[in-house]
Design a protein around this ligand. Structure first.
Ligand SMILES: CC(C)(COP(=O)(O)OP(=O)(O)OC[C@H]1O[C@@H](n2cnc3c(N)ncnc32)[C@H](O)[C@@H]1OP(=O)(O)O)[C@@H](O)C(=O)NCCC(=O)NCCS
Length: 182
């Protein structure tokens, strides 16, 4: 299987934010943006893999700035990292006000995708050719993200199995909750 350069699968989706995408506050629903992120992640991952891909996990999605009706949202995606069957796709989301031309960076996030064969089994993906310092930086950053996630998973499993509810009153004394068993 021949390695492929990052640029061969880079994908941008641009979509106009129409009124039916808005919530009661007049801003674009987070779910609409998530759906666009999932689409661009799929397009990017499957172009690199040459197969169908599934979304396994989503990291660092934060809606820090609202997106308005009438803005043009662009999602720029690249394969940042490949494992054996998995790929990490980095997505930069920008919203442009067409009248003023002002572009705001609303979010950067990471989608982990896995390539599947015709029997729905994970299948190997081509290695990634890194052609710039940026490509190298993103690959290493994604390796670290993978390591950190693995450690967090292990710590959460450990914390769950050792969870003590007998001293909950002490643990929760400064939290905004009330224990009222029924
Ligand atoms: C994710 C999935 C493919 C893992 O299948 P599996 O039989 O456990 O396969 P493996 O253990 O061989 O893992 C395959 C790859 O997924 C990665 N992976 C598995 N679980 C993961 C997780 N929680 N987070 C990140 N990567 C994960 C593994 O590291 C491996 O990557 P690698 O080959 O690059 O090392 C499988 O659980 C699946 O199909 N899930 C449903 C996905 C889906 O339908 N998504 C749509 C949204 S609902």
């Amino acid at each position: 299987m021949q390695p492929k350069p990052v640029k061969d699968s880079q994908t941008t989706i641009t979509e106009l934010m129409i009124p039916s995408y808005a919530n009661f506050g007049g801003k674009i629903h987070g779910g609409i943006l998530l759906s666009l992120m999932d689409k661009v992640a799929y397009a990017t991952a499957s172009k690199h893999a040459g197969t169908y891909c599934v979304t396994v996990s989503v990291d660092k999605v934060e809606f820090l700035q609202p997106v308005e009706v009438g803005e043009l949202v662009s999602l720029k995606a690249s394969v940042n990292y490949v494992g054996r069957t998995s790929l990490i796709v980095g997505i930069r989301v920008e919203a442009q006000n067409v009248k003023t031309g002002i572009i705001k960076h609303t979010n950067s996030c990471f989608f982990t995708m896995v390539a599947k064969d015709d029997n729905n089994k994970p299948t190997e993906v081509p290695a990634l050719i890194l052609e710039s310092n940026e490509d190298v930086k993103r690959f290493i950053e994604s390796m670290r993200l993978k390591d950190i996630k693995q450690k967090v998973r292990e710590e959460m499993d450990d914390a769950k199995s050792n969870m003590e509810v007998s001293n909950a009153a002490e643990i929760l004394k400064n939290e905004r909750c009330v224990i009222r068993f029924i």
